[in-house]
Ligand binder design. Structure first.
Ligand SMILES: C[S@@+](CC[C@H](N)C(=O)[O-])C[C@H]1O[C@@H](n2cnc3c(N)ncnc32)[C@H](O)[C@@H]1O
Length: 316
């Protein structure tokens, strides 16, 4: 099996720069390494509670209906969904590959450490391709198998497919599967890349996850390699001149200097049908699998959602 930790990531930068200036090529797996996205992430989301209010009830109900008590958030970022689940009484382990993003989750844990549930919150740095190994490295993750794995906010699409085989995607999904108890569920989402590839822009409707009022534009570019869509790049532009100076100072952004804040992130554009096949290749064709559009059940009236959400069950 290839060593994904040591392997130099093949770069397609000869064709296209995939990330903000300042993120080194070998840092491609962590596109948040320069801190440009991490710094403004909470402004982009629109505040911790207003973001999760939009779907908290859905998560709590879906998880309670399925007897979920333990959850691993494998792309916790700044910790937004993990905090929501902790507050709702779930036992949570959180991990992410980016220390810049984890910093914010760690600060929140420290700030609320006097609350038992936050004191028990385990946060680790881990890459999906080596998830089990990374989590077990220090032997301090108290749970080995979970009732639910979550991978939210279009995170999974960050995994590139330079080989054109989806091999790494299968490994990552297999790692998620291996973290589940029999009967446990994976919640995973992706943007509506069918729309993005077909129209060259994100759908116009509201974004269930990212509702901050400072986003000015997302410029979308689709890259095709040998006739196959291979990468979608978003150039985010945020107008932050109205952000309160105290907040900018906290984010270590010089208020005098920054008016338009830009960062670039790249994604593998998953079409819905291909993604269904990817999940089934690991969970099996008979696995119970539900698809939602912006957290609503899909039906004939579903039109141009921003995101697709999948809930797939590891057979008992
Ligand atoms: C779009 S952010 C979303 C974070 C959070 N779930 C949210 O919605 O705010 C994507 C996250 O996925 C993480 N990520 C990307 N590739 C990863 C990998 N191979 N292993 C672990 N985390 C990864 C990034 O570091 C980043 O924090």
């Amino acid at each position: 099996m290839p060593n994904y930790r040591l392997e130099k990531k093949m770069s397609i930068d000869s064709i296209y720069r995939t990330r903000s200036l300042g993120v080194p090529t070998v840092g491609l797996p962590d596109q948040y390494a320069d801190g440009r996205a991490a710094k403004v992430w909470e402004l982009y989301m629109g505040g911790k509670t207003s973001r999760t209010d939009a779907y908290k009830e859905w998560f709590v109900q879906t998880f309670k209906d399925r007897g979920v008590k333990t959850v691993i958030d494998v792309a916790c970022g700044t910790g937004i969904d993990s905090v929501m689940l902790l507050e709702e009484g779930f036992q949570v382990v959180s991990c992410d590959a980016s220390d810049k993003m984890l910093k914010s989750a760690l600060e929140e844990r420290w700030r609320r450490r006097k609350e038992t549930k936050f004191d028990n919150w385990v946060i680790k740095e881990a890459n999906w391709l080596t998830l089990k190994e990374d989590l077990n490295a220090d032997g301090d993750v108290p749970i080995k198998l979970f009732d639910a794995v979550i991978c939210c906010g279009n995170s999974f699409a960050h995994l590139p497919d330079f080989e054109g085989t989806l091999e790494k995607h299968k490994i990552a999904i297999s790692q998620f599967y291996s973290m589940l108890k029999p009967g446990g569920i994976l919640f995973i989402d992706h943007r509506n890349f069918d729309h993005i590839l077909d129209h060259g822009c994100v759908p116009q409707g509201p974004n269930v996850y990212y509702q901050g009022k400072f986003l000015k534009d997302i410029k979308c570019s689709n890259l095709t390699v040998n006739g196959k869509p291979n990468m979608t790049t978003f150039d985010y532009e945020m107008d932050i001149h109205n952000v309160e100076p105290e907040i900018l100072t906290k984010l270590r952004i010089d208020p005098a200097e920054q008016v338009c804040w830009k960062f670039r992130l790249s994604y593998y554009p998953h079409r819905l049908q291909t993604f269904n096949g990817l999940l089934r290749s690991v969970f099996g064709d008979d696995a119970e699998h539900h698809i939602y559009a912006d957290f609503q059940p899909m039906d004939d009236s579903t039109k141009d959602p921003a995101y697709y959400m999948h809930v797939i069950k590891r057979p008992a």
